[in-house]
Ligand binder design. Structure first.
Ligand code: FE2
Ligand code: FE2
Length: 308
């Protein structure tokens, strides 16, 4: 894939902007967007977000999803997938085609979302657009952050859900207990491999997250696609794309010992992005046709050809 943005906005003054946003949200407790979009207090099933214990029709399948993911996402598996998909030699399509392709799928790992993926992408991008009207790069990141879920499609290998979605975590080092449904790691082939069971495992403290292998899925795939095609998106965008499902880090603060200085800067943007990614998952609908022209014009600045 090639992602080229004319004169991308390099993030500056994130602390200041984040403070402003927090003030805006804290005082009104709701984010009013163009077209009457409101920051919701509950997910599509009427529960608080990311409540993995809440009784819902999705609970058992979400737990089964994590059982499969934790058993199968080993260091060797990730290495194989990165080598295979890093070649990017099979399919090309536009961003919008990619968004539409995702409409066929529902993310089985997500306890909050049962809407088509294109709505989630547009809700995320629209919420960002409202608060960051001049940050093209961040809006685009919102639009494309989940496009790697095309891995579910047969054109891209038709991978099982556990190899595409769900919270992510490093492989090659000890699994942190903050990982959701941690108990299922006991059946992962790496669990008793002495090379991978220490806190640092095969890595060194402060090595930088870009040197750490993450469980395979849509995040790492999209990151590889953007990076291999020498995207001009700023490093904060790549950080958001690669780690937006890395909840053990950005929710629980685990694995921070691998971060370098740049990671710490970019993490601020990821925290900001996560609000839009998470809280846009609601029953509030986006009129796809209404916002399509804006995003097509945004995409015009971008050359893209996702490949598997
Ligand atoms: Fe995602
Ligand atoms: Fe998302």
């Amino acid at each position: 894939m090639t992602i080229l943005i004319e004169q991308p906005q390099v993030p500056t003054g994130i602390d200041h902007q984040v403070d402003d946003i927090h003030k805006k949200i804290d005082t009104s407790n709701e984010l009013v967007l163009d077209g009457g979009f409101l920051m919701p207090e509950s997910n599509a099933f009427g529960q608080t977000f990311r409540d993995y214990d809440a009784e819902s029709e999705r609970k058992d399948s979400v737990e089964e999803f994590y059982r499969m993911q934790h058993i199968n996402q080993s260091y060797d598996f990730v290495k194989t997938m990165r080598e295979k998909y890093g070649k990017l030699d099979r399919v090309e399509m536009s961003i919008w085609e990619c968004c539409e392709l995702l409409n066929e799928f529902v993310d089985e790992s997500d306890p909050d979302l049962d809407e088509p993926q294109i709505e989630h992408l547009l809700q995320t991008a629209e919420a960002i657009r409202r608060d960051y009207p001049d940050e093209d790069w961040l809006q685009l990141t919102g639009l494309i952050h989940d496009l790697g879920k095309v891995l579910l499609h047969e054109k891209f290998g038709g991978l099982p859900q556990w190899a595409v979605v769900g919270d992510t975590f490093p492989v090659g080092c000890a699994f942190d207990e903050s990982n959701i449904h941690f108990k299922y790691f006991k059946d992962n082939e790496d669990y008793n491999n002495s090379a991978y069971t220490s806190k640092n495992g095969i890595y060194t403290e402060g090595c930088g997250l870009n040197n750490v292998m993450m469980s395979w899925g849509h995040d790492d795939y999209m990151y590889l696609v953007a990076k291999e095609n020498k995207t001009t998106l700023p490093s904060a965008a790549l950080f958001i794309i690669r780690y937006h499902s890395f909840y053990p880090l950005h929710r629980c603060g685990a694995y921070k010992h691998f971060m370098n200085e740049e990671d710490h800067e970019n993490l601020k943007w990821l925290h900001e992005f996560n609000k839009y990614d998470l809280y846009s998952k609601s029953k509030v609908r986006v009129d796809v046709e209404k916002v399509k022209p804006y995003y097509l014009s945004l995409i015009k600045k971008v050359g893209i050809s996702p490949q598997s």
